[in-house]
Design a protein around this ligand. Structure first.
Ligand code: ASP
Ligand code: MG
Length: 425
């Protein structure tokens, strides 16, 4: 068997019947080649499931509303795709809805993260069932595989870590034979299972990571993310004019971009690929013949300025109460609280009298942080901020970013400029 390829289709690429038809026509061209296809939940289904889970805890009446809508959404796409051939698929979807309903009829589990993962997986299960049934109707030879049989993780629900040895073993046993038989292997992104056979997930947008994990285990020749953008851009087209597509970047650049908050790929994606030198392509599913962006070991291209904006940030100012310097002992105390609350620090800085942390504005976590640290420190929190990072800035770009913005602080290190600014409007 030649080295397989891995394709990932995100939520936008399977958001409705028309999108799924496109996926199928693309996959038709690959029949007979070893290909793994990783698919997300359809459109905004994961958000809808999150609302359902919250309602399960707090608002049972709303819960049945969400549950209904979710069913209708999927059932109507299934009907649009398969017409009068839809019966088998409807039975399979019905089984999923019944299984979900069993969970919802019970009281929600006291461990929210655990409960979340048991429910959230239905998005990926339903979307892949629908895509699979449509591929079958189109005579695209493939096997539907439950990712939970080979993506094996620890029990850190909602942010589970891959157990690599177990995953590799299971991929060898379950996935490889399908590819060797010349069939496309169709599976879900984002979801996995613990060794106790409980569902687990890899974190929001985790399908990217699933694709990378499988590529690593299979020594794939490449991975392609099919997206609703032309490739990786120099900035968010919704926020900036004049953004252009990056033709190629290094793994390192991609890591830097995701670290600073670029949403194009899940931050954990790069490492498993870089470790085996597997190139990653980000391409447009609307224009499959366009080249997109290539991410690999080296790139001959000189990069233009790249702008990454993280919105909804908060700045935490921590000062000693007795006018003493913020010293190493204080930092270790601060960080033990930060890490126990799983707060991700996006930027930090220390001055004589205070220590500054820029983090995502998650009020429940920040209130806890403030409560705990207030015993020994004065803690002030300002929200409504943005963290803007520019890689490879030039003068005109820096000037442009300063214009019309209230900058709270800025910093430069190597090829990276960062600004914390007050959000406009
Ligand atoms: N469906 C999941 C989410 O929306 C995973 C993914 O799409 O990558 O976060
Ligand atoms: Mg997605």
């Amino acid at each position: 068997m030649s080295a397989p390829e891995v394709y990932k289709f995100g939520g936008a690429s399977v958001k409705d019947a028309e999108a799924i038809r496109k996926v199928a026509s693309q996959l038709k061209q690959h029949v007979g080649k070893p290909l793994v296809v990783v698919i997300s939940a359809m459109g905004k289904t994961t958000n809808a499931l999150e609302a359902l889970i919250l309602a399960h805890y707090h608002d049972p009446a709303e819960m049945s509303n969400h549950y209904q809508k979710l069913q209708e959404f999927h059932n109507s796409i299934a009907a649009a795709l398969l017409g009068d051939q839809k019966d088998d698929l409807m039975t399979e979807l019905h089984d999923l809805w019944v299984e979900l309903n069993w969970i919802l009829e019970e009281d929600p589990h006291p461990d929210y993260n655990y409960h979340y993962d048991q429910v959230i997986v239905f998005g990926e299960l339903a979307s892949t069932k629908i895509v699979s049934a449509y591929l079958k109707a189109q005579n695209v030879d493939h096997d539907w595989l439950d990712a939970r049989s080979f993506i094996i993780t620890d029990s850190d629900y909602r942010e589970a870590r891959i157990l690599w040895d177990k995953t590799e073993e299971a991929v060898d046993k379950i996935l490889k034979p399908v590819l060797a038989s010349g069939k496309i292997a169709l599976t879900q992104g984002f979801i996995g299972s613990t060794v106790y056979l409980e569902s687990s997930t890899l974190g929001r947008e985790g399908s990217d990571y699933t694709a990378a994990v499988l590529a690593h285990c299979l020594d794939a020749s490449s991975v392609t993310f099919w997206k609703d953008v032309p490739g990786i851009m120099t900035g968010d087209p919704k926020a900036f004019e004049d953004v252009t597509r990056l033709e190629e970047i290094t793994y390192r650049e991609a890591l830097e971009m995701t670290y600073y908050g670029a949403k194009v790929i899940h931050p954990k994606t790069i490492k498993p690929l870089q470790n085996k030198n597997i190139p990653l392509f980000v391409r447009s599913f609307d224009h499959p013949s366009h080249p997109g962006t290539k991410i690999s070991t080296s790139s001959a291209k000189k990069l233009p300025p790249i702008v990454v904006v993280e919105t909804d940030q908060a700045l935490i100012q921590i000062a000693t109460k007795d006018f003493s310097f913020v010293a190493e002992g204080h930092l270790s105390e601060i960080f033990s609280v930060v890490s126990s609350l799983r707060i991700k620090v996006n930027s930090m800085r220390n001055t004589a009298m205070s220590f500054l942390l820029c983090v995502r504005n998650e009020p429940p976590k920040l209130e806890k942080l403030q409560a705990v640290l207030s015993e020994n420190f004065d803690v002030k929190i300002e929200d409504g901020l943005e963290l803007i990072t520019i890689r490879h800035a030039n003068e005109s770009m820096l000037e442009k970013m300063h214009r019309g913005r209230t900058i709270i602080f800025e910093e430069r290190f190597g090829d990276t400029d960062q600004f914390i600014v007050r959000m406009e409007g």
